[in-house]
Design a protein around this ligand. Structure first.
Ligand code: RIB
Length: 329
């Protein structure tokens, strides 16, 4: 009957390393873990507590991948995920992928090394292979593709509502900010808005932002008033972009909402604190996070899924960067 010492000798590691691997305690490099697993198989070693085997012992950890932790939308998602996980005795390891595939892959490896039992990913790399052949389930959140278990908000409806509310309030020369073309969330809301605008006799321009970051929001704000000074309504692709437009308009002495109306997208907590407070399309980020956590837990527990793809509704939040409807008669 092989002992832990035999396994250590065969794997060329210390008994303590084998013990760490078996009990999933402390750090062990993936390559070393593989050596230990190979020695265990070759010696047919059975740890004293069979239930704690290297293969079956799982942690209570969930990996959460976010694309940009500086964007206030994502902490709202994360809070919903964490609250749901806490109620099930699970804990999060959060990774900030920075919209970079290499960093995302590094975090997936980190999650594997920490023996997570599932991943929730809010990044945009849902098509790439590093989400295949994992030995734990993955749920995609916000930026997603329907062939995977996923939770997202209704972007097409969001864009349509923004256009309707803007036109209802009298804007005739609208600039539509299109978010990064590689993001499905940005494209859905853009399509929803432009399809609606085309039903009305209004002029419109389109400007595309390279990313959803603060820096690009500031850049586009300056460009917009240079290129389209006659604009009387801006439909932004997210609240950071809308906030930058508002800041630049006020800096130029443009009256909001009398001369220029602005509608954002997300309804991050900051938006209600702006002056004037931002009218926007609210994505239920907290609830999206909770729903994604519930879906992942159902898959981990092997429960029958009612729905693999969950779409949550969005709503128009009227504040002070849009005129009251009756003001336009
Ligand atoms: O503001 C960040 C944006 O990226 C949000 O609108 C969210 O939908 C994400 O895709």
């Amino acid at each position: 009957m092989a002992t832990i010492r035999d396994v250590a000798k065969k794997a060329g590691v210390s008994v303590a390393t084998v013990s760490r691997a078996l009990n999933d305690k402390g750090y062990i490099h993936e390559d070393t873990r593989k050596l230990v697993e190979k020695a265990i198989q070759e010696l047919n070693y059975k740890p004293n507590e069979v239930a704690r085997s290297l293969y079956k012992k799982k942690s209570r950890l969930i990996g959460l991948l976010l694309p940009d932790i500086r964007n206030p939308f994502f902490p709202e998602l994360a809070r919903g995920v964490e609250d749901e996980m806490q109620e099930h005795g699970l804990r999060l390891i959060i990774g900030n992928a920075d919209e970079k595939p290499k960093k995302e892959i590094d975090y997936i490896d980190t999650f594997k090394q920490n023996n997570v039992i599932g991943i929730i990913s809010a990044t945009n790399q849902t098509e790439t292979s590093h989400y295949e052949n994992l030995d734990f389930p993955v749920v995609f959140l916000d930026r997603t593709a329907n062939e995977h278990p996923s939770v997202y908000a209704d972007g097409l409806a969001g864009g349509k509502i923004a256009a309707q509310e803007m036109i209802k309030r009298g804007s005739k020369r609208i600039t539509l900010l299109r978010g990064p073309i590689e993001l499905r969330t940005a494209q859905d809301r853009f399509k929803g808005a432009i399809n609606e605008i085309c039903n009305y006799n209004v002029n419109f321009n389109v400007m595309t932002t390279a990313s959803f970051t603060f820096d690009d929001a500031e850049k586009i704000a300056k460009e917009l008033f240079e290129k389209f000074p006659e604009t009387d309504g801006v439909i932004a692709s997210n609240d950071l972009g809308a906030a930058a437009i508002l800041h630049e308009a006020l800096r130029r002495g443009i009256s909001v909402p009398d001369e220029l109306q602005i509608i954002g997208y997300d309804d991050i907590p900051l938006s209600s604190l702006l002056y004037p407070a931002l009218s926007t399309i609210r994505q239920p980020a907290y609830d999206m996070g909770r729903e994604a956590a519930k879906l992942l837990i159902q898959i981990i527990d092997d429960e029958k899924l009612e729905h693999k793809n969950i779409q949550l509704p969005v709503t128009f939040i009227e504040r002070q960067t849009t005129r009251k409807v009756e003001e336009n008669g």
